[in-house]
Design a protein around this ligand. Sequence first.
Ligand SMILES: Cc1ncc(COP(=O)(O)O)c(C=O)c1O
Length: 356
Amino acid sequence: MMTRSTSVFIDLAAIGDNISALKRSLEGRRFMAVVKADAYGHGAVAVARHIEQMVDAYAVAITEEAVELRTAGISKPILILEGPHSENDVAIAAKQDLWPAVHDLRQIEWCRAHQRPLPHIWIKIDTGMHRLGFAPEQLHSVKQSLEGAGCRRLTLMSHLASAEFPDSAITTQQLNLWRQIVSDWPGDVSLFNSAASRLELATKNDWARVGYAMYGGLVKDLSSNSELKPAMRFETAVLALRRIAAGEAVGYGGHWIARRDSLIATLPVGYGDGYPWAAQNGTPIEINGSLAPLVGRVSMDMLTVDATDCDDVEIGTRAILWGHNPGVDEVAAASGTIGYELMTRMTGRATRCYEE
Ligand SMILES: Cc1ncc(COP(=O)(O)O)c(C=O)c1O
């Protein structure tokens, strides 16, 4: 039986190298690897296992993701960024030694109602992103309430809405508020994500919560960018080739019309695998070492490329949708989205293969 050539290769060693590079720029701050959403599409268990000796802790969004890691034998601390969604989540956190973040009073009540105090809770403060978190004025009573319930270790966290723009009005406002809040906070604090892991953001930060850059995604102006390696390579091979005459159209709707006699390569990959439907004509795809433009609409299972200028293209020639060149950020930009979305919405139809 012939196997379909479309695969997602995950370079675990690249993730390890990226962590080393990012740690250098973090100057000793503790490294929390963000592995939510199946490690941004890279496979949470495989990634977490590979990097366990390099990181201080992990972060996931929801309890179920933390349980998956514990079940796979991951023993390092795991922060649950959204915190408990129910009293039962608090019981699971206690049993499995997870660190819940709390951002509303219902969660505090669930924690207080639990018989045994949770060893470590993160308090989320809304410094201006207005997505989750207590108002700064609530911090004192939240702290008292959790300490009253026996919780000994509290870490303060917030999230920046626009960390890639360190001088923007919103970042300045959030940083000013954050500096005030943490000035007399006795415990650990955590503000940084990938984009905030830049040294010019001089502020107290004990824990960096790093996701995108760890996978080799490019974050605007990050000093480590030149050292980061993409960990995901989305690959396929040419399924069909045809010559068409100038003036002929390709794909659904016939929107792309050849201006010259052209060689069209059909690749067995489409939005059913996670390649974006919205990718524009001209989005680069590597075929046999050269970049060729996507032409015509992306279908569910296939897409078409103008391979006229590529050397030696045959049925079976390898094609790279994203990896080193083009990078996922370039494909995302040509599709009106962000690399984060492309990484995390792989559908699972393309086989995932790990390289070490
Ligand atoms: C609260 C929080 N911290 C950290 C991160 C990691 O961000 P990044 O992937 O940009 O490093 C995220 C990601 O969405 C987040 O929601």
